[in-house]
Design a protein around this ligand. Sequence first.
Ligand code: ACO
Length: 335
Amino acid sequence: KGCKLIGCGSGIPTLQVSNDDLATIVDTSDEWISVRTGIRNRRVLSGKDSLTGLAVEAARKALEMAQVDPEDIDLVLMCTSTPEDLFGSAPQIQKALGCKHNPLAYDITAACSGFVLGLVSAACHIRGGGFNNVLIVGADSLSRYVDWTDRGTCILFGDAAGAVVMQACEAEEDGLLAFDLHSDGDGQRYLNASVKENETDHALGTNGSVRDFPPRQSSYSCIQMNGKEVFRFAVRCVPQSIESSLQKAGLTVSSIDWLLLHQANRRIIDAVATRLEVPQERVLSNLANYGNTSAASIPLALDEAVRAGKVKSGHKIAVAGFGAGLTWGSAIVRW
Ligand code: ACO
C-alpha cells in the first residue's frame, strides 16, 4: 500500500516582531541577527491567539486543498513540543474540525524533528494499520518558553502551524519514497527546556524518599542552548541523513527537485546545501519572515511553495528535521 500527500495549509499569528523590535528589549541589532541567522521577522502568539487555533486553521486549509471532508479523517497527529494541554492537544484539533467518526488523535513530541517523525508515523499507520486519511499538523509556540532577556536564543524563534493531509493510495503512487530517523540523548545538554530541577528534588527528597509531601506544582525552564554545538550537530548529521534517505530511495541529489530543511538558521541551510551540492535555486526557505518555528517550519515553507506554484505535482523533495533531543531525520517525499 502507498501513501501520498494531497493537501497542505498553514496558520500564523497576527503579531509580527522584527529584528528592530527585538533590539528594543535586548542588546542586539538587525544587522547582527540577519547576518548570523538570516532571520528578519517572526510571528508571536498574542491576545486571543492560541496554538490550537493556528493548528486548526492550518488543518482546515489543508483539508480544503485535499478536498477531504473532516469526517473522513481517521487519524490526527499533532507534532508539537509546546501543547496547550500537557496531556496533548490532538484530540482538541479533532473536536474543532468536526472529525466525527471517532478517529484516533495523539501528539508527537520531537521538537524541530516532529514533523518528519509525523510524516513517517502517518505512513506507517496507513501501510500497516488500515488508516486511510491522516492529518499531520506541525505546530509550536517556542515564544512561550524563551527567556526574552537572553539575546542568544530569543532572536531565533517564532510561532506557527502547518499541516498536510496524507492519503492511502496504490503502491505506484507512493509519496514517501524513503526515510532515515535518529536520536541521541547525550546531546540533550546542548538544547533543552527541562522541568526545573529543584522542584523534582523537592518532590523526591534527597534519598529518593518522599519528603515534604505533597510536592509543589512543577514548571519548565526556558530554552537552554549551546548554539555552536547545535550548529555543528546540524551541519554534520543532516547531510548524512539525507544521503542515507536518497540511497534507500535509489536516487541521487540531482534527481531531487527541492531541498526543504527545518528552518533554523540560514547558515545551517547554506552549509547543508553546499555539502550536498544542491544549488541555491533548488532550496526552499522562508526563514527570513518566520524565524525558527520548530515543528511547524517544514509544512509552513512547503505550503508557501505549493501555493506559489514552485512545488508542483510529481516534484521530489528532500525534507529534513533536526533539533532538541537531540533528534534528526530526513525523508524523500513526492508531492
Ligand atoms: N545580538 C548581538 N550579539 C549577540 C547576540 C545577539 N542576538 N547573541 C549573541 N551575541 C554575541 C555573544 O554574546 C558573543 O559576544 P562575545 O564574543 O562578546 O562573547 C558573540 O555575539 C558571538 O556569540 P556566539 O554565540 O559565539 O555566536 P555564533 O556565531 O555562534 O551565533 C547563533 C549564535 C546564531 C545562535 C549560532 O550559534 C547558531 O545559529 N546556532 C544554531 C542554533 C540553532 O539553530 N538552534 C535551533 C536549532 S534546533 C531547534 O530548532 C530547536
